[in-house]
Design a protein around this ligand. Sequence first.
Ligand SMILES: [Zn+2]
Length: 178
Amino acid sequence: MSDEVVTVADDLQYCPRCGAPLIVRLLPTEDRPRLVCDRGHILYVNPKLIVGVIPERQRQILLMRRGIEPRYGFWTYPGGYMEIDESVEECAVREAEEEIGVKVEIRGLVGVYSRPGPHGPGIVSIVFRGETMDEKATPGREALEARWFEAEDIPWDDLAYDTTRWALRDWTEARGGG
Ligand SMILES: [Zn+2]
């Protein structure tokens, strides 16, 4: 257990509240070792939230090919880290606009997926269905291209992440196809 915490927090050396060095300690009030500074500030290391949206139009979905690392060149739907001042729905709408230039209306949840650390940051990915009237996508600087896919043409072997595959699998099953 303590090894995992240390690995997750490898790059966290200083207390964000006071700047003192952080050390890993098992405090009597905690059920696992935590990063603590000598003033007693505890730095909790929690998963990051990622929000994605699968844009739909006439039974097709709009996927994009990543134009940045990691997973450059692989397919996914628009998504990214939540900003501190937005709701999950707002984040989904914003990502679709920024990454492929389409306006989506949120139509429901596809699923919630998690990829625990310590091998990479722990993340929770929330994926929505999004209806769009926009036929033409305009890839932003983080996308190489965007393309409409029928369910049976989803590029399963070239998807960016496990979470991408899980969400598209659930979307496909919910639509009764496969
Ligand atoms: Zn501190």
